[in-house]
Design a binder for this molecule. Sequence first.
Ligand code: ATP
Length: 308
Amino acid sequence: MTAGAKRSLVRCPAKVNLHLEVLGRRGDGYHEVRTLLAAVGVWDTLICEAADEGVTLEVEPAGVVPAGEDNLVVRAARELQRRSGTRLGARLILHKRIPVAGGMGGGSSNAAAALVALNHLWGVGAGSAELHAMASGLGADVPFFLVGGTAWGTGRGDELQALPDLPPWWVVLLPAQGPVSTAQVYASLNAPPLRPALPSPIYDWVRQGGELPLGSCRNDLEPAVMARFPDVRERLEALSSERSRLAMLSGSGGTVFALFADETGARACAGRCAGRGALVAPLLTREASRLRPLPGEETWKLPMSGSP
Ligand code: ATP
């Protein structure tokens, strides 16, 4: 990185889906869903430095995701350049810690962070509606990271209603050994054409508030993912504990998670899952998960690892 150049650092949180209903396949081929998304404190870090031209990306650890034009961070930068007409460039460094292709929205979070950081660094001045439009074009989960906290997603999951923060719950996450392709999971669903949503206790809760009916939370992708990856069931069993309030697959997998009322319960569960790469993290409030570019000198003082 160049001394004196304008730079900023953004911490990118992950997400879990506490509920995911597939309502059916739409005419355009996408699946219509209703989903309850919650930001969690597992973090990647994105460092952006303004450059006169060109966009370059370095990923650490190298090779964990492609660092070229396919990377969602580069795609976000290109989209912002295209929409704003800026000729400025950027040097980007992405430290990955969120499991890749694990249903935790890592790439989506990185893309949203790049939009926010470069909008600021390049002085583009794109407003919230413009950023949401760009985010939605980059992927169904990207807009969630502009909203953060807890949100209800409809459409492809990208039409979002911000919800009040959930209680300060914790999760234990058990990532899969390898990537799980979201596209393949949806393709294997063989979902019927779109049908009207049935009444649901979760939807009633979204409208009326009160206590989240955890017993009604479900992930309609779980059977399809379990059929292809039998170890999902085995990891869910490993997580099951009399203290967990919910244990399920996140998004299209392969990460499974259990929800706990407090950190102590979560750490005890993670202790029993030793050797399985368990991650322990809090659900994040909207404020804690806000994508916040930290400017200039402050970024030099922060550890470069993605740890909180
Ligand atoms: P989601 O839950 O949003 O469907 P995911 O968490 O299952 O996504 P990601 O980690 O976002 O999956 O990765 C999905 C795909 O995107 C992978 O094939 C990966 O190679 C590609 N990808 C591109 N850019 C990135 C990035 N910056 N970080 C992670 N993956 C990326």
